[in-house]
Design a protein around this ligand. Structure first.
Ligand SMILES: Nc1ncnc2c1ncn2[C@@H]1O[C@H](COP(=O)(O)OP(=O)(O)OP(=O)(O)O)[C@@H](O)[C@H]1O
Ligand SMILES: O=C(O)c1ccc[n+]([C@@H]2O[C@H](COP(=O)([O-])O)[C@@H](O)[C@H]2O)c1
Length: 195
């Protein structure tokens, strides 16, 4: 099968992530998209606000109504810092029958040259890049060894981020519809991201 890996901190998972996964699936003929929360994201200076268990629960709730979406706990189970080079190596060894593609938003496309062992990663997997407000998708600006490995998929610009959702919650503002209803219920029920 053709599998899209949607990796993220998902603190919390939001509608932008789901639309990105769906647009990548449709544009690139993916059979499934696996939503994989990072245990410790490699490049974020601050630890996630929600626990690994809470981020996992939100991802499970967010994808539960879509048969083509799956929550995938590989990096949470493994623990430690979630370097993609290790994850991709492990996935290819564990699932030789699948063809993997890595789905990322425009901010991560810009950041790709800084990923650990990016040269090795580009030999193992292709990326699907999606537009995101505030970031230019400029494949021509990427180093020559990365450029051919990044395919762009169209997506309506959605100015939604986990940071904004956490800020809204801290300020007592609504996040309804920025996250799915089951995720919204969970955030409210647990009092997540309140001041
Ligand atoms: N609105 C969006 N449109 C397109 N891609 C997105 C969007 N939000 C996140 N992504 C992509 O989803 C992946 C996971 O993102 P992440 O979990 O860090 O969410 P985030 O909203 O960027 O979080 P934060 O605001 O906490 O940094 C990344 O590849 C990111 O580029
Ligand atoms: O391996 C790396 O060096 C690396 C650097 C930055 C991001 N990533 C991965 O990219 C995905 C999106 O990251 P984030 O932090 O925006 O949620 C997530 O799966 C990260 O583990 C990976």
């Amino acid at each position: 099968m053709r599998i899209g890996i949607m990796g993220g901190t998902f603190d919390p998972v939001h509608t932008g992530h789901l639309v990105a996964g769906e647009c990548a699936r449709a544009a690139c003929g993916l059979d499934e998209v696996w939503f994989m929360p990072a245990n410790v994201p490699p490049h974020k200076p601050n630890a996630p606000k929600a626990s690994a268990e809470q981020r996992w629960e939100m991802v499970c709730r967010a994808v539960s109504d879509n048969p083509a979406f799956r929550p995938f706990d590989h990096e949470l189970r493994k623990g430690g810092v979630s370097y993609s080079v290790d994850t991709i190596r492990e996935l290819k060894a564990r699932y030789p029958e699948h063809e993997f593609h890595y789905i990322i938003g425009a901010d991560m496309v810009e950041y790709l040259p800084k990923w650990r062992e990016i040269g090795e990663i580009m030999k193992m997997i292709g990326f699907i890049g999606l537009q995101r407000p505030g970031f230019e998708l400029q494949p021509e600006a990427l180093p020559a060894f990365i450029r051919p490995g990044v395919r762009l998929a169209p997506m309506p610009l959605l100015d939604i981020s986990s940071t904004d959702i956490r800020t809204r919650r801290r300020e007592g503002r609504s996040v309804r519809y920025l996250v799915t209803a089951p995720v919204h219920d969970y955030i409210e029920g647990m009092g997540l991201y309140e001041s």
